[in-house]
Design a binder for this molecule. Structure first.
Ligand code: TXA
Ligand code: MG
Length: 368
């Protein structure tokens, strides 16, 4: 379902980089890996000290669980029964594998969908933040898959950003994020095609619940598998059945520049509410709707930047755009509110959190 990333490494370079990465992981080190969603900061999921390094490097609270990434079955394995091949890979990690989970796996793996399931007893508590469940996904990226195949175990990997900050969607973003970690090995897999983190569905409580919206929507899941995923907003008892998800903190994915969303046609109102009227403003507009308003064109402190009005393209550029804008000295970024519709829910979720947490660290609501 995702476009292939641009190949950045030739066949032999990739093999060499993967071998080096496997050695680093076996020694308990961290490796930044490309996935189709965002870059991840990976460690051997069975090595407690290695997993602890993820938390200290990111500055992430220890009770925020990690996703374990799994290799997809090899072509040979799938020649028999594809479903059996997936089952064999997943079963060692979980205590219970509901039939609905297998339907989601067959329809969407490898891909940007994470499943939360009851964990097997051998899974490290450091990985699951002390919870009784584990989050699993198999990424749809050739470099990640090559590494997972060669490594042969699960890789615990959160997004490769400092806690609460914008996730990286290319190798250079990871080095900028961890510029103080000179030894961090980063596998370059080009730009991430999806651009926002995976959809998370919790299947551990009997009722499939959406924990984080992403490129794969509940509508798509229902259409392709018949599984109905409850959106937490629609669940009266959501507080009780939703486990801790760091992406569910109000402030997350935050740029350093203040960010506001404007309703259709209300861009100038939004800008005028900002206290300093001469602030340098990056005004994001749909690519079909460049503004010809003289108040915008005549204002040297306002610059228009266009963004595509298709949800998948918007998602693939969102974090890149926020990082680029953050690198310039804008005082304010204003963006259009995403349209209604499940295909926009992932983007809307990230933008709302980004607005809440945006601004220089001193005003930032993120607690890390
Ligand atoms: O696309 C993605 O999912 C990326 C790439 C690298 O795979 N990873 C990612 O990881 O976004 P992270 O750690 O930034 O976000 C994972 C989310 C967190 O909000 C975490 O709380 C939640 O998954 N999570 C992990 N294990 C969980 C569990 N057992 N129960 C509920 N939520 C869980
Ligand atoms: Mg993250």
């Amino acid at each position: 379902m995702t476009a292939d990333p641009q190949p950045t490494l030739s066949g032999s370079e990739l093999q060499h980089a993967v071998e080096q990465a496997v050695r680093r992981l076996q020694q308990g080190g961290l490796v930044a890996i490309p996935t189709e969603t965002v870059y991840g900061l990976a460690a051997d999921a069975s090595n407690e000290q290695a997993v602890q390094k993820i938390f200290s490097t990111k500055g992430r609270p220890a009770d925020h669980p990690l996703i374990v990434h799994l290799a997809a079955p090899s072509i040979l394995d799938t020649l028999g029964n594809r479903s059996d091949a997936w089952f064999k890979l997943i079963a060692p990690w979980v205590r219970d594998l509901p039939e609905e989970a297998m339907r989601l796996v067959e329809a969407f793996w490898p891909g940007p969908l994470t499943l939360v399931l009851k964990k097997d007893k051998h899974v490290l508590s450091a990985v699951t933040g002390g919870q009784d469940t584990i989050a699993l996904r198999s990424p749809d990226h050739p470099v990640a898959q090559a590494l997972l195949q060669a490594f042969g175990g699960g890789l615990a990997a959160p997004s490769a950003n400092r806690f609460g900050k914008v996730s990286p969607t290319r190798a250079a973003d990871v080095s900028a994020e961890f510029s103080d970690q000179a030894n961090l090995l980063i596998l370059d897999g080009g730009d991430c095609a999806v651009g926002i983190e995976s959809t998370i569905v919790d299947l551990s409580s009997g009722v499939p619940v959406l924990l984080r919206p992403g490129a794969i929507t509940p509508e798509q899941i229902a259409q392709q598998t018949g599984v109905r995923v409850l959106q937490t907003g629609a669940c009266a008892d959501s507080e009780k059945i939703t486990p801790r998800v760091s992406g569910s903190l109000k402030a997350h994915y935050a740029p350093n520049t203040p960010l506001r969303l404007y309703a259709a046609g209300a861009a100038l109102d939004c800008i005028s509410q900002y206290p300093d009227t001469k602030s340098h403003v990056a005004l994001i507009v749909w690519d079909s709707e460049q503004m010809s308003d003289p108040q915008v064109l005549g204002a040297s402190h306002i610059q228009q930047v266009t963004i595509p009005e298709q949800s998948d393209l918007f998602a693939s550029r969102l974090y890149r755009l926020l990082r680029d804008l953050d690198d310039h000295s804008w005082d304010l970024i204003v963006m259009p509110e995403p349209p209604i519709g499940q295909e926009w829910d992932g983007v809307r979720d990230r933008l709302q959190r980004a607005c809440f947490g945006s601004g220089p660290p001193v005003n930032n609501h993120v607690s890390s």
